[in-house]
Design a protein around this ligand. Structure first.
Ligand code: ZN
Length: 74
């Protein structure tokens, strides 16, 4: 029997980061032209996930409104 642990959470975070990069980091620069501040539906719990993307190195950070759910800071 397996329970969702750190592995499941970190893979949800990489899926969210991939979705954000697809939307905001188009080639050839793979970075947004300016700071992005937006929100999307959380892929893990369906809650509200707010995130930011930096124009420098396309660094992302974000967190889900559900406590204990997705939270990361690149
Ligand atoms: Zn969530």
């Amino acid at each position: 029997m397996t329970r969702p642990g750190f592995g499941a959470l970190s893979s949800a975070i990489s899926q969210v980061q991939a979705a954000i990069r697809r939307q905001h980091c188009p080639p050839p620069s793979y970075s947004p032209a300016q700071q992005v501040k937006a929100s999307m539906r959380c892929l893990k719990c369906g809650g509200l996930l707010t995130y930011e993307v930096s124009p420098i190195n396309a660094r992302t950070s974000g967190h889900c409104s559900t406590s204990g759910c997705i939270r990361w800071n690149d």
